[in-house]
Design a protein around this ligand. Structure first.
Ligand code: ZN
Length: 96
């Protein structure tokens, strides 16, 4: 399954969540905790996307690779971006 860039997600909330995950992943590679700072600020401003828990998940995964749950992935069949590998796997797999 191919990783997709968070900007290709069409849903605003999904894009926001994948953006936090992408910044957190950059932190695990290059150091720093800018994602956590951004996430805490977003929660103070009333974000309902639980950005702090997303950032914590990505920090503790610490693989440096696209996060399977919190980042964007391409559907193998139609190429649409989905949030998380499960959603991408389900994209063209819906029951009729
Ligand atoms: Zn699809």
């Amino acid at each position: 399954m191919k990783a997709a860039h968070y900007t290709t997600l069409t849903n605003h909330n999904e894009r926001t969540r994948a953006h936090f995950a992408a910044v957190a992943r950059a932190n695990t590679i290059r150091g720093g905790a800018s994602a956590l700072t951004l996430a805490k600020r977003a929660e103070r401003m009333g974000s309902t996307n639980n950005p702090v828990s997303i950032v914590s998940d990505v920090y503790s995964a610490s693989t440096g690779r696209h996060h399977p749950e919190h980042e964007a992935w391409e559907c193998c069949e139609c190429g649409q971006s989905c949030l998380g590998q499960d959603a991408a796997a389900q994209c063209c797999n819906e029951q009729d």
